[in-house]
Ligand binder design. Structure first.
Ligand SMILES: Cc1cc2nc3c(=O)[nH]c(=O)nc-3n(C[C@H](O)[C@H](O)[C@H](O)COP(=O)(O)O)c2cc1C
Length: 184
């Protein structure tokens, strides 16, 4: 198991923070030392043996600041095991299975890092928090059309189950240059 894991996240309205904290809690329950931090508070990932990076989805993509984080730390991330996750409303849609589609939204992330695992989670729809009138209207119409419902759709069991499998996956990772057990 990795010694110290960073769980870092980008959020606009807080639901991804809750997911990151749940992941961190599960990891720490398995005996791992964990820091859970918003991306803007992470200056250096050198102290960490593995990193879990997650973002809310907007406009079918990770938030720009999350992509920027991965670009900034790309070299350091390549030297340690990385897992990624995304939080979005498409996975709360009432009909159909959209996991493949949501996974495709992470292709730009996979172009920069080589994750050992990807977590795809439903988030929260709180229309009062949607910043523009036109987007609020679109979300209201989609709720009226029965596409999804407002509220907290985070599946804590699924989040915990994904996190519980991370230590083994992060350990098995083939991160090229640096083992999680490298002495510093
Ligand atoms: C302006 C806006 C655009 C969004 N775009 C998408 C999208 O393209 N696909 C999707 O599945 N969810 C989309 N969502 C839903 C968010 O991903 C979801 O509400 C998530 O829980 C927000 O995470 P946060 O609270 O951490 O910011 C969008 C939400 C907003 C407000």
């Amino acid at each position: 198991m990795s010694n110290t894991i960073l769980v870092t996240y980008a959020t606009r309205t807080g639901s991804t923070k809750g997911v990151a904290e749940a992941i961190g809690k599960t990891l720490s329950e398995s005996g791992t030392l964990v820091d859970v931090l918003p991306m803007q508070d992470v200056k250096d990932i050198a102290p960490y043996d593995a990193v879990v990076v997650g973002s809310a989805i907007r406009a079918a993509a990770w938030l720009p600041e999350a992509m920027e984080f991965v670009r900034t730390h790309r070299a350091a991330l390549a030297r340690r095991p990385v897992a990624i996750f995304a939080v979005c409303m498409t996975l709360a849609m009432k009909k159909g299975d959209y996991r493949n589609q949501v996974s495709q939204w992470l292709a730009p992330v996979r172009a920069l890092v080589n994750p050992v695992s990807e977590g795809l989670f439903a988030g929260i729809l709180d229309i009062s928090q949607v910043p523009t009138f036109s987007d609020r209207l679109k979300f209201r119409m989609s709720v009226m059309a029965g596409v999804w419902s407002e509220g907290d759709h985070r599946d804590w069991e699924a989040i915990r189950a994904w996190a519980a499998e991370l230590p083994a996956k992060l350990q098995r990772s083939n991160a090229p240059d640096e083992s999680p057990f490298t002495l510093r």
